[in-house]
Design a protein around this ligand. Sequence first.
Ligand SMILES: [Zn+2]
Length: 194
Amino acid sequence: MRPQFPHLDIHSHDLSRADKAVVNLSPDDEIPSGVYCSVGVHPWDADKATEVTFARIEAMAQSESVVAIGETGMDVLKGPSIEVQQAVFERHVAVSEQAGKPLIIHAVKTVSQIIALRCRLKPSQPWIIHGFRGKPQQAAELLRHGFYISLGERFNAQTAAMIPVDRLFFETDESELPIELIVENINTHRNATN
Ligand SMILES: [Zn+2]
């Protein structure tokens, strides 16, 4: 079932956008009052995660302010070895399942591995690939496997046109642009072909 978020912008690293966005926090952060957030260890920092880190994520995941787990994922271009990143990713999957909250995923050149993991782990929670810039063919593969896709400032125009509305989310991530402009830009490409 499509996850529900309190804001149109489902992923931002900018706390000053908290009135309009789900803000991504690290397990070292305190949850500011009135802020909806996701919590996780970014794959680039996967080698810094300890048992204390995972215990902290589990505890934070119980909060009603935490609406998703992540961002987590795998990135072949940056961060520690893929083995380390995958192990940390799987810990986030476990928290997501336990807490009953969707997973926000950073995938750089690892989409096929992430799909394989979803097939193997058979999670009940939705998995959302964030900041997706891939081609329609890759998006189709993700959609076929039940994934949701979040688009931000930069995206493939043809991909934007082919994602069904019930599988699509929007985000600012690290962008300076307001979410309204990003959504408008994405929708321009959707309306052009639909
Ligand atoms: Zn991000």
